[in-house]
Design a binder for this molecule. Structure first.
Ligand code: AMP
Length: 220
């Protein structure tokens, strides 16, 4: 079986702004994967004004973690929907040891063993620069992410009559909070997966294409 047919069950970990979602998308042409992204999934819940969306809206806007019972329930549901001929890549989950233990249970129930945990690494300065400059270009319900330093992307957005919006949790004071939450909650996780021999560390200070290549290399 070639690598492009291999079914992987993966976790992608990285500080906010390390480009997790972009990297996940760039992996799709290479591996049969379903991306299970908790941040995006939760923002969809908020956008559709579902019961869960209403329950989590305020925490999301303040950069606080959503209660474990809610997120675990959603993860179980999303993973159950992954087709048998596809692997999955979890983006944004688990974020704590408690969630990692719950994930073990969910994966045991689904008979889907974990193959690897990819940890993206990025300096604090780069995290702050990337996140506080990030904007969403909104045009008629379409949403695309760009960086304000990318003059061409900003111009393209303006030409389309788009509106540049900052995610509430990309404001500088919330970014600092998110980095603090990340360091506190995630370091024990990295230690946990390193002990289990599943951790694969990859620098995120590069283009998505190069990062993806390094990930494919470490998966072997
Ligand atoms: P992200 O897009 O991954 O930065 O996530 C955005 C927000 O969604 C976070 O600041 C949390 O409020 C919430 N969130 C995402 N994943 C989780 C998780 N695994 N546990 C709790 N809250 C989460």
């Amino acid at each position: 079986m070639t690598q492009s047919e291999q079914i992987y069950h993966l976790i992608l970990i990285g500080p906010p702004g390390s480009g997790k979602s972009t990297i996940a998308e760039h992996l799709l042409p290479h591996l049969p994967l379903a991306i299970v992204a908790t941040g995006a999934g939760l923002r969809n819940e908020v956008a559709s004004n579902s019961d869960i969306g209403q329950a989590v809206q305020q925490r999301l806007a303040q950069g606080q973690l959503v209660p474990d019972d809610i997120i675990n329930q959603l993860i179980r549901q999303w993973l159950r929907e992954v087709q048998p001929d596809q692997g999955f890549l979890l983006d944004g989950y688990p974020r704590s040891l408690e969630q990692a233990h719950m994930l073990d249970q969910i994966l045991a129930d689904l008979q889907r063993p974990l193959h690897g945990v990819i940890a993206l690494e990025l300096s604090q300065e780069m995290i702050i620069e990337r996140l506080t400059g990030r904007r969403i270009c909104e045009v008629d319900g379409d949403r695309q992410t760009l960086h304000i330093s990318d003059a061409q992307a900003v111009q393209r957005c303006q030409e389309r009559g788009g509106r540049l919006v900052q995610r509430p949790d990309d404001q500088p004071h919330v970014v600092k909070k998110r980095m603090h939450v990340y360091a506190q909650e995630t370091q024990p996780l990295l230690d946990h997966y390193a002990q289990r021999g599943l951790l694969r560390q990859v620098s995120a200070a590069d283009t998505p294409e190069h990062i993806v290549q390094r990930i494919l290399d470490v998966l072997g």
